[in-house]
Design a protein around this ligand. Sequence first.
Ligand code: 2BA
Length: 112
Amino acid sequence: MNDAKLVIAIVQDKDVGRLLDALIRKHYRATKLSSTGGFLRNGNTTLLIGVEESRVQDVLDVIKSTCRSRKEYVTPLPPAGGPAESYVPFPVEVVLGGATIFVLDVERMEKI
Ligand code: 2BA
């Protein structure tokens, strides 16, 4: 693969079936990893997608068209070191996704 890039996409579990279907239909290859968000500690999915540089934008377009943003409510942890008895848990809104994407240069790719 010439000028290879690695697209790392962190997406919501609810979107991953539709996203993988769309990628495979367009003959992209992907690896699906189960992951956990550091903030919410909920399951999400990380996809590794190796592609030629010229196809990166198309992959991003596929992700954009299949992944949605959603609101979640989370109760923050009590402040570190503060008096626990004065802490009143209060849910706050967070907006999840559509997707968090990193595009990395690939120095070398081999299939042996
Ligand atoms: P989580 O870390 O579970 O974060 C879920 C959502 O919580 C985030 O959505 C954001 O809206 C909010 N959030 C995260 N950290 C926060 C903080 N320190 N203060 C306030 N709100 C916070 P997204 O930004 O769409 O991120 C969705 C998931 O993508 C994240 O799940 C994490 O697994 C991954 N992610 C996002 N940014 C990342 C980064 N810079 N590096 C690595 N993974 C990242």
